[in-house]
Design a binder for this molecule. Sequence first.
Ligand code: SF4
Length: 130
Amino acid sequence: MLYHDDGNSMDTKGILANVCIRLTRRCNLNCKICLASNSFDDMSIENVNKSIEILTSLGMQCVRLTGGEPFLRNDIFEIIDFCLYKKLKVIVFSNLYDIDTKFSEIIKRSINITTSLHGDNVLPTMNLPL
Ligand code: SF4
């Protein structure tokens, strides 16, 4: 439960519908544009799942698992399965590097994978026709 400064409980329904959780700052690439840093330890799976539990109770419906590269975590599918157990829509942000080694596990689960492409000569604001 969240509270206003005056002590009254807050209606949290919908305010945390979409939440990003950075599962790791480790990555298998080293992009120039990167804001992630290897200088922090990963959050433990116990704390990740506890956070998911709390956020779900506050109305989270969609969780975006980011990094670094989330698939570097050995427990990534345990985390995903817990999110699915909590009936969350799951989006994993991945650079897709080495994704073929995870593919057999990914396709067993109803999740979305999102990636982004960047190049040295591509402006961040450029919209490509698809
Ligand atoms: S793939 Fe993403 S997290 Fe990894 S170094 Fe590049 S920008 Fe950073």
